[in-house]
Write a protein that binds this ligand. Sequence first.
Ligand code: URA
Length: 192
Amino acid sequence: MADIKQDQLDALKADILTKNICPDLAEQATQLVMGDGNLDAEIVFIGEAPGKKEDESGLPFVGASGKFLNEMLAQAGLERSDVYITNVVKYRPPKNRDPKPTEKKAFMPYLLKQLEIIQPKVVITLGRHSMEYFLPGAKIGEIHGQPHNVRIDGDEFMIIPLYHPAAALYNGSLRATLVEDFLRVPEIISQQ
Ligand code: URA
């Protein structure tokens, strides 16, 4: 199954390159960062956009936020190879600025296609940029850690919105909340 999915994801990547999605971002980035992990994963994490380390390595969440994410995965009894990790926007925005609405919109069909290919049980959004698409108008402070069933273009997703690790990294109380929410994810999935 993973082989077929890999071929489908490779085709999706080729499509992004052929259609020259977000040419301004593409021009200044080192490379497209599609995603990484287990293609048969039950959990897909969606961040915002690659940062410097991700742009250099071609892999999502390998910098400081990624280390924190790895720590939380370990605490929850998971490894990176158990899950799949990607971003809404797949090129690094210059100087790590926030992705623009037009950039997020341009990449959304590709993110949805990625989810259709991987077919996870749960989608965990990290931060507001990825939450916003699945739960428009929601406030992360009010709904973090709570599962929501969402239907988009005929596909059903269970979304668990979490704070972004970068936001929580240097904020003690946000960090504690994020870790607490994170550790409840396996239980939420087991109740599915
Ligand atoms: N932050 C993100 O949102 N994504 C990454 O890949 C790295 C940092």
